[in-house]
Write a protein that binds this ligand. Sequence first.
Ligand code: GDP
Length: 200
Amino acid sequence: MTILRQAKFLTSAPDLKRCPADSGNEVAFAGRSNAGKSSALNAITDNKSLARTSKTPGRTQLINFFEIDEHRRLVDLPGYGYAKVNESIKKHWQDALARYLEKRQALRGLVLLMDIRHPLKDYDQQMLDWCKHTKLPVHILLTKADKLKFGAAKGILLGVQRDLQKAGYDASIQLFSSPKRMGIDDARQHIESWLNSEIE
Ligand code: GDP
């Protein structure tokens, strides 16, 4: 039984100032819009309605907090790179994201989701740079792995792993598929180990 099934919506915050008290352990989820973040959150928590899937862009701009218990939370960060959003809104999201990643004491690790067919885009690299800068551990889910044959998916996994190493990013990585329920146990293990780390 995973503790992640206990996750319940806690609150939404438009920026760092309005986030819940910065204590305990948090694991955040980030990725480009449409990478499959909501589907993955629902699959990992075994809760079909936890994060809304296929949202309109206006609804994705808040930082959403889900509580496991008093000391442990999951955080759904705004999906980045949505083409139809104007520049000033994009800027606001990026600033809110950067501030959250840089300042949040409770943050123990970042789950970065990338569509296996479009890995390591500009914004993903920016996230990895921020995490490197703040020494935040990253675990990457290559989502929608069911869209490729297993051999091809494995080939991309190895290629991305090599590119990460070359660029000096210290991130773990795995294949993932929400509809096929592939990689859920591995993802849960990473997340739970971060959530269970000693509270400072
Ligand atoms: P988000 O914008 O990152 O939260 O992405 P969503 O979870 O809303 O997913 C975007 C679209 O991709 C939806 O149509 C999902 O049904 C689909 N999707 C998400 N994850 C997977 C996956 O693992 N495999 C497949 N085939 N489709 C997926």
